[in-house]
Every structure is written in C-alpha cells, then in structure tokens.
Ligand binder design. Structure first.
Ligand code: AMP
Length: 545
C-alpha cells in the first residue's frame, strides 16, 4: 500500500479496529448468544417483535427450509417485496446457508423484473403479493414464460410461506451447522442491481466480508450500542437498508425497527416516538418529508440521538434542521455506492458542525480514497476537483456475469471509479460537487438516462429520445425526455409516455416532463449537449428557483 502524501488527494481510513473475519451467519449467532433477550426486530405496523434468540431460531427454521428446497451454496434466491420482517429473516437465512440473495427493487415492473431474474439465474423467488398499486403476483405471471430457471415461487402473506417453513423439518440442525462450516467470508452473499449506464441494470455482487464489515463500521462511527433502537424507513432492497441498517444493528446488538412497508413520513415519526428510537436513517427527501409533515410537532422525538443521511447531496440547511428539529445532535452524513458495500466516507459524530454539514466526511475505516483527474489519471492536489475513487475490502467482487463492465469500473489495482466529482480538503474531508456519470437521482433512486432512452426507443412512434434530470424541489431531480417523433406520428405528451411505460418500467424512471423537438443541441463532434438541454428545459418550465 502506498503511503499517501499530505499534499495529494489520497487518504486512508483508520485501521485500529480490525476487520471482522467471519461470515454473516457466524456474526449473527455471536450477537444472538451475547444478547439473547435483547429485542432484535420490531415490525411496528404488524405489531410483531423478536428477541435475538427468537430471531435466530426463526432464521434457522427458514435456512433449513431453504436447504430442504435444494438451495445449494451459491444458488440465487430472489426477494421482491417492500420492507417486512420476512425480508430480514430471508436475508440472514440465505447468508447462513451460503445462498446469494438477489435484492429486487419493489418499484421494478415486468421489463426490469424479467431481466434481473434471467441475468442472475435466480432459482427461488420470494415475493410480496401486492403493495399499494403493485400487483406482484400478476407481474410475475406475465414474465413467467421468460424465467424458466425460477422453479420455486413463494408468496409472502400466503400459505406459501408457512409451507416453506414446514419444509425445515426435513433438514437437521446438524446439516445446517455443517453447511455453515463450509462457507468463507469472501463468498458472494448478495446481488444488488443498480441502474446501468449501458441500458440494463448491473448486478453488483457483494461478499460476506464486504457488507458485514461495512454495516459494522457504519454504526461503529455513530456509536450505535446494544439496546439502542434504529428506525429504518429506507428500503431493504438497497444497501442503505440491508447493510447500513440491518447489518449495522445486528453487528452491535441493536434493535431494527421497521416503521412501515414503504416510506411514510407519518409512520416513521410515530415509530420513533412509540419505540423510543435512538437513531433514524433516511435519504435527504425522506428527512424533508418528515420535517415538513404537519404532525411533526405532535411527536415526542426526544429519544433520538443519532442517525445517517446519505444517498444524494445532503443540503447543509437540511442537516442543521435535523439536528435542531429532530433532536439528532449526533447525525452523520455517509457517502458511497452499491458497488462499495456501500459507504466510503462518513462524518464523525463529534466533528464540528462545518465538517458535519458541508462535507461527506473522511475515509471509512480500512478504506483508501483518492481523487483523480478523469482525463489524465493523475491524483489531484488537495482542494482540486476530480473523480472520487476508492479501494479496499469494501469494493464489490464484480458485476454478476459481466467481466467487461467490472473491468470498466474497477481497475487492475483494485480502485473503484465512482463517477462522482469530489474535492478532498486539506483536513482529508471530502465534498461531492457533481457527477461525471450521466446519472439522475430522483428522491434517492438512481436513474441512468440511457436505460430510459433505450426503453422509450421501443415505442413505435419515437424516432429518437434523450433523457435528462432537471431540478425539482420535492425529489431533488425529476426526469425529462426530449423526443423526436417519427414523420407523420402524433406527438406524444407526458401522459402518452406514462401510459406506454407504466407497468413495464419502475415509476420513478418514467419521465415527468416530455418535450417534443425536431433536433437536439449537438456538439461539433456529434454528441448531444445535455447541458444545453437542461438549461433550456429549466427555462421553458420556469424551474430556475
Ligand atoms: P447507490 O449505488 O444507489 O448507492 O448510489 C450511489 C450514488 O449516490 C453515488 O455514486 C453518488 O452519486 C450518490 N450519493 C450517495 N451518497 C451521497 C452523498 N452523501 N452526497 C452526494 N451524493 C451521494
């Protein structure tokens, strides 16, 4: 390892606390034997709760049932559901038997669902039946013929789940122990699909070592101790939920509190009060929604101490309001991405207000970070912008079955290129100042314009389409499509585009704005000038403020 020089934008996180060198199942059992009677999991809306001993027994039951269903080490098991206790139970049960959990975004629709199930070679799918306007059962029915490898489908909330659990009788505890003994911390345990720059989602494949340690250090830094209670309104299908929250709690004997299946500001505030939560997580838009909720003043949030805001730019004013109005005096910011398990930088709870609100923190334990000039590859001087790169235990094993795209993202020395523009200050704290990658973050969900463009190209009347993000007060960014129609076709409007995409594309990827054009602004080299498109759209829609 090179020793970073102070003048360069290169830093390494502290290494005084060693990395955990165990599997997720082994670590969970250690916590369960240390704190058997501590509360592990609370489902507020379903009014169900488990101590660590009870949760461990339930996880063992499901783990044995999966073995009885012939799920081998390395087999993929998909989960397609909003937050619920069974999600967490399946997360740990698959980890105990060495299966790879494929976390599928509940907002996905048939186009994305079929793709990720095929690409990952998922064998068993555990799914919700429905949630709000999503009818998961019928969407699975629609793609059934395209996913021949999926031989077992288990619907949560139906007799299926009980029937699955009942299979556990066919496999002994000794067989489960023996399976657990075969596993290594470096084994893959999870595939998380992230929006792809080249059209289709990419399956970031993460190991026990990757996510167990990241979850552990995220909550080490906010000093989440045994008996503390974390309110989790962030989704489990993303690292924020399953790693930073779930693994963050179970590595420290803290309690996972699920306020509701999907994000609901009122439910999150009520859960904090009712369960006396000491910590709360959220993406910036969630904190905005909680702070703006009319019930805010009626809740006693005095139990709160800490939490994490992450996932998109965390505005300074918003941080300050959370500290003062939500009582989160030890609130931290984290920065990272799915491919790095996810966190690379985090502020410390005793950092001064400037560091805690103006930066995304400093290098995480056991992680190296550097800022590189994207043109020349040279490490920039402190204070000079460049691409944020990270290296260490946290970098993914690779994209599932996609060596080419893995090589584009991670260089031969192990540095992950994030596509984010950052500056490292003299004190080693970093600021994210923009993105090189052509990505939009709408309400914490990433959208790659290319994916939406390729989908809209399947519309018979669309000749060409370019997608951009435009500012939005509620979601941070909104999706806008500039469309050139085929000759003689009736121009589409936003409703027409929505009608075409809904049911097939996740709602957050469907353009809110549609602008019909004859041509796109181009550079002399024939590249579309998205910057000009954005400026023009902001002007046309009056989004300047
Ligand atoms: P994901 O893979 O879904 O976790 O998204 C990762 C991307 O979210 C990063 O590459 C950043 O562009 C963005 N991001 C995450 N955390 C932050 C943060 N604290 N500040 C600014 N952008 C962030």
């Amino acid at each position: 390892m090179t020793t970073p020089t102070a003048a360069e934008s290169h830093a390494a996180g502290p290494t005084d606390t060693p990395l955990l060198d165990e599997t997720i199942g082994g670590n969970f059992e250690r916590t369960a034997s240390t704190y058997p009677d501590a509360e592990a999991l609370v489902d507020v809306s379903g009014d169900r709760r488990w101590t660590y001993a009870e949760l461990n027994a339930e996880i063992d039951c499901v783990a044995r049932a999966l073995m009885a269903s012939n799920i081998a080490r390395g087999d993929r098991v998909g989960i397609w559901a909003p937050n619920c206790p069974e999600w967490t139970i399946l997360q740990y049960a698959t980890a105990k038997i060495g299966a790879i959990l494929v976390a599928i975004n509940p907002a996905y629709r048939t186009h994305e669902l079929g793709y990720v199930l095929r690409q990952s070679g998922t064998r068993m799918l555990v799914s919700a039946t429905s949630f709000k306007t999503s009818d998961y059962r019928s969407m699975i029915g629609e793609v059934r013929s395209e996913i021949p490898d999926v031989t077992d489908i288990v619907f949560l909330g139906t007799a299926d789940w009980e029937q699955l659990r009942a299979r556990s009788r066919r496999v002994s505890m000794a067989a489960l122990r023996s399976r657990m003994g075969e596993l290594q911390p470096g084994d893959p345990v999870n595939i998380q699909y992230t929006s792809g720059t080249t059209g289709s989602p990419k399956g970031a494949t993460l190991s026990h070592r990757n996510i167990l340690n990241n979850g552990f250090f995220v909550t080490e830094l906010i000093k989440l101790g045994p008996g503390e209670r974390l309110c989790i309104p962030v989704p489990f299908y993303h690292c924020f939920g399953m790693v930073m929250a779930n693994l963050g709690c179970t590595t420290h004997g803290a309690t996972m509190v699920i306020p509701a299946a999907g994000f609901d500001p009122a439910a999150a505030l009520a859960a904090v009060e009712k369960e006396r939560c000491t910590a709360l997580y959220g993406v910036p838009t969630m904190f905005i929604a909680m702070l703006g909720h009319p019930d805010l003043g009626e809740h006693d949030l005095s139990s709160l101490r800490t939490g994490i805001m992450a996932g998109a730019t965390c505005p300074m004013e918003l941080m300050k309001r959370c500290v003062s109005e939500l009582n989160m005096s030890e609130l931290a910011i984290a920065y990272g991405m799915t491919e790095t398990s996810p966190v690379s930088c985090q502020t410390l709870i005793d950092d001064d207000l400037d560091r805690r609100t103006a930066t995304v923190g400093r290098a995480h334990p056991h992680v190296e970070i550097r800022i590189v000039d994207p043109e020349t590859g040279r490490i920039t001087k402190r204070g000079e912008p460049g691409e944020f790169c990270t290296r260490g235990y946290s970098v993914m094993l690779g994209y599932w079955d996609d060596d080419d795209r893995t090589r584009e993202a991670v260089d031969s020395d192990g540095w992950m290129r994030t596509g984010d523009l950052a500056v490292m200050r003299d004190d080693g704290y970093c600021m994210i100042i923009g993105r090189i990658k052509d990505m939009v973050i709408r309400g914490g969900e990433n959208v790659y314009p290319r994916e939406v463009e390729e989908f809209l190209h399947t519309h018979p009347d669309i000749d060409d389409v370019q997608v951009i993000g435009v500012p939005d007060t509620k979601y941070g960014e909104e999706i806008c499509a500039w469309i050139r129609m085929r000759a003689g076709c009736t121009p589409l409007d936003a409703d027409g585009v929505r009608a075409f995409a809904s049911g097939r594309l996740a709602h957050y990827k469907i353009p809110r704005y549609v602008h019909i054009v004859d041509e796109f602004p181009m550079t002399v080299t024939g590249k579309v000038r998205k910057v000009d498109m954005r400026t023009e759209t902001v002007r046309l829609l009056g989004l300047e403020t």
